[in-house]
Design a protein around this ligand. Structure first.
Ligand code: ADP
Length: 756
């Protein structure tokens, strides 16, 4: 173990020291270290960087014993270098990159001490180079990549060569050498397709990413699209979230540039989600800026400003000064467009200061012109003049076109204010020409209006009218575009909401699934308990209903005796009590019978036989003769099949349904009950439809629960057990029971019965 590595581990592991009881020099067994390193690799792959670092560090710290294979120590250091480099990129922090360098140096040293491990040299050189790339030390990076390619070449290691080429391409990209980057990426791509590892999806993804990026940076959007889409597919295939988000972002950028805002926004939001998930901060900031810019295009200023502000507040440490300047400028434009002049001035001044600091000529001109324009609007003409003067100087010295249109229109305004009409006209017309050249509709529009006003001031009404007409025409087109974009914004909002709902649902589903998995064991156990509880309950109901009948019979007989002996002596109103007792005992007896019937279902296994359902209905009708006749009911039966099932249960089921169908009649309508059957492939669906009182929607579930009734006994007699029995029977016979009903119109009860 090298000294360098030791000190390094100590300094890093402060967090781990608190989690581990006592750092010990005793070597863990080699297998454990390997497991830790594998775990760390896995976590790194998921971009859980902190966890990955902790795990690798534990492996490294424990692995200092003499028995630890140096190969594992090298592995741990290389892994930590990769983790720290990635973290440095994600957090935009140089200190992490420097730490990554220390790890890779340690790995290198270890390798020199153990020459049997030189096979890792190209890889070490590669990661070292990548870290130098991001530290901005491009030459050093290039030197390391060259060395890596050379060694890989000597060993005919195709993967090594490919990866070094890809890293070189990134090195060029980071220096804004786009064509060199593209060349290298293309070389890598062709090299890969001819190599033995051409099928490796993660290598393919690396190539696609580099090519897509190089195209995007060179503004070759159409060219980048194909590779970005390839990248998206590959990234999803290999489960690389960082590459997936890069692909989404690239596709979104292309959509945005092509004014396909709706799809662009969807991709941006998806990318944002992923970027936030892995805490890739500079990337998140960039995506937020893009989203804000599209919102601004769609005239959704509030959403745009909210994003710009978030970037400035949360991500100021990771955005480059170019982006920061643009953000202030864009926010200024929004404030200006919405008449918040003070805020607009603040933003433009800030963007000017930043542009001057970074020497961004185009941005300097832009900010100066915007400041002059804002002061004109506030009618502070001397200050406006001052900024216009500065803008002029910059335009002269740099020859920049962008921003010139705004500047010329400002000069026109200032001249108009000074009543120098000819000059005002001259500037105005030049401003319009410049705006047209730059395809800046808004400035063109402003120009027409300004010129119309100048002509008006000159009392040249003919020309004033001409420019006013041009203004109106363009304004009309412009309003149309504006309207369309606002609609689009609404659509996007809707789409995003839907997408978020979908994501939520998906996340929920995932959570549910893992929960379900967890619970399935528990459910199985509970089912068992329930089964035995059900059996206990059934037994209880059976015994109770059976045994309660006896005392009930006693109450009934003795009260009859009392009535017979003493009834005559009682006054009329007290005689009434015997009727109550009789009613009560009769009801209780029915209840106990029903309960007994309910408890008996499913007690034993059931015998099945072939039954003619037409015949069953005849039996039911016979049993219900009195009820049917009393109610003047008509039972209409058609086309009933022969079924194979348990006769007593099936009869009971139909009889209960028929009985209810007649019982729950409307007072003024004679009951008509239709019994039908529909034959399906696997089952029969029977229906018993009535024209009775119907069942309100909210009670459709409840009526199947035992003892649940919807009416008082005075209105419709009953125990509330009938449907519970029906449900139990259908289950027992292997079917289902359900209903359709409309209050005041009638109900149809359906039940299915398997054919076999
Ligand atoms: P019971 O008929 O003894 O009241 P059930 O269990 O058979 O008990 O029915 C439960 C409740 O469902 C009934 O009280 C009634 O309110 C409602 N119900 C059942 N069948 C019908 C039907 N055909 N039409 C309207 N309501 C019904």
């Amino acid at each position: 173990m090298s000294v360098c590595c030791l000190t390094l581990n100590k300094s890093y592991l402060r967090t781990n020291e608190t989690t581990m009881n006592q750092p010990t020099a005793v070597a863990m067994d080699a297998q454990k270290i390997k497991t830790l390193l594998n775990d760390s690799e896995e976590r790194y792959k998921e971009r859980l960087l902190k966890k990955a670092a902790n795990t690798a560090q534990i492996a490294l710290d424990f692995g200092q014993g003499e028995q630890t294979p140096p190969g594992d120590l090298i592995h741990a250091n290389v892994l930590l270098c990769r983790i720290y480099t990635t973290n440095g990129i994600y957090q935009g922090k140089e200190s992490f990159l420097k730490q990554a360098l220390q790890y890779i140096t340690a790995a290198k040293k270890l390798m020199l001490d153990h020459l049997e491990h030189t096979e890792r040299l190209p890889e070490i050189l590669l990661y070292e180079g990548i870290t130098y790339s991001y530290l901005g030390q491009f030459e050093e990076a290039q030197r390391l990549f060259n060395e890596s390619v050379e060694i890989s070449g000597n060993r005919e290691d195709e993967k090594g060569i490919f990866r070094a080429l890809i890293a070189m391409s990134k090195n060029e990209l980071l220096q804004n050498n786009f064509s060199e980057a593209l060349q290298l990426a293309n070389d890598a791509f062709s090299f890969l397709s001819e190599s033995a590892v051409s099928a490796d999806a993660s290598l393919k993804a690396e190539a696609a990413e580099r090519i897509a990026e190089a195209h995007i940076k060179s503004h070759e959007y159409s060219e980048s699209l194909e590779y970005s889409q390839q990248l998206l597919t590959l990234a999803r295939k290999i489960g690389d979230i960082e590459k997936e988000l890069t692909a989404l972002k690239f596709i979104a950028i292309v959509c945005g540039v092509k004014a396909n805002y709706k799809i662009g926004m969807q991709y941006f939001f998806e990318a944002l989600d992923k970027s936030e998930q892995i805490e890739y901060r500079p990337n998140t900031a960039q995506i937020l800026v893009n989203i804000a810019t599209i919102y601004a295009h769609l005239y959704n200023y509030d959403d745009a400003l909210a994003r710009y502000q978030r970037v400035l507040e949360e991500f100021d440490d990771v955005i480059d000064s170019n982006t920061r300047t643009a953000v202030y400028n864009n926010a200024g434009n929004i404030y200006y467009a919405t008449d918040r002049h003070k805020q607009a001035l603040g933003c433009f001044k800030r963007s000017l200061a930043l542009a001057e600091e970074g020497n961004f000529s185009a941005m300097i001109v832009h900010s100066l012109a915007q400041l002059s324009r804002a002061y004109c609007r506030m009618e502070d003409f001397p200050t406006a003049q001052l900024y216009a003067q500065k803008a002029e100087e910059h335009l002269e010295s740099t020859g920049i076109e962008n921003g010139r249109q705004i500047h010329l229109l400002n000069l026109s305004k200032l001249a108009l204010h000074a009543e120098e009409y000819e000059r005002a006209l001259e500037y105005g017309k030049a401003g319009v020409a410049s705006a047209r050249k730059l395809k800046d509709d808004v400035s063109e529009l402003r120009g027409y209006r300004s010129i119309a006003n100048i002509y008006k001031a000159m009392r040249d009404f003919e020309n004033a009218l001409d420019y006013q007409t041009r203004y109106s025409r363009l304004q009309e087109d412009f309003s149309k575009t504006q309207r369309n974009r606002r609609f689009l914004d609404l659509e996007i909002r809707h789409a995003i909401k839907e997408q978020q709902k979908e994501i939520k649902a998906l996340t929920k589903e995932n959570e549910y699934q893992s929960l379900l998995l967890e619970q399935s064991d528990q459910i199985a156990r509970q089912n068992e308990e329930l089964l035995s509880a059900n059996e206990d309950l059934r037994q209880f109901a059976y015994v109770a209903s059976h045994d309660l009948k006896e005392p009930l019979r006693m109450i009934s007989s003795y009260s009859q005796l009392i009535e017979r002996f003493f009834g005559a002596d009682l006054p009329e109103d007290k005689k009434q009590y015997f009727t109550y007792i009789k009613d009560g005992t009769k009801r209780m007896s029915t209840l106990l019978d029903d309960l007994l019937r309910y408890a008996s279902i499913g007690k034993s296994s059931i015998d099945k036989e072939a039954i003619d359902v037409n015949r069953t209905i005849e039996i039911c009708c016979f049993n219900l003769k009195v009820r049917i006749e009393e109610n003047n009911a008509k039972i209409d039966v058609s086309d009933l099949p022969e079924v194979y099932t348990n006769k007593p249960l099936f009869t009971q089921l139909l009889q209960n349904l028929l009985s209810n169908a007649v019982k729950f009649r409307r007072p003024d309508v004679d009951p008509i009950v239709l019994v039908r059957c529909e034959e399906k492939e696997e089952e029969y669906i029977f229906s018993v439809a009535d024209n009775g009182i119907g069942i309100p929607e909210e009670f459709k579930e409840r009526i199947f629960v035992i003892f649940q009734r919807l009416h008082s006994r005075n209105k419709y007699e009953g125990t509330g057990i009938g449907l519970a029995i029906c449900q139990k029977i259908t289950q027992k016979l292997g079917g289902r029971l359900w209903l359709e009903s409309e209050e005041g119109v009638g109900s149809t009860f359906y039940f299915s019965l398997p054919k076999r």
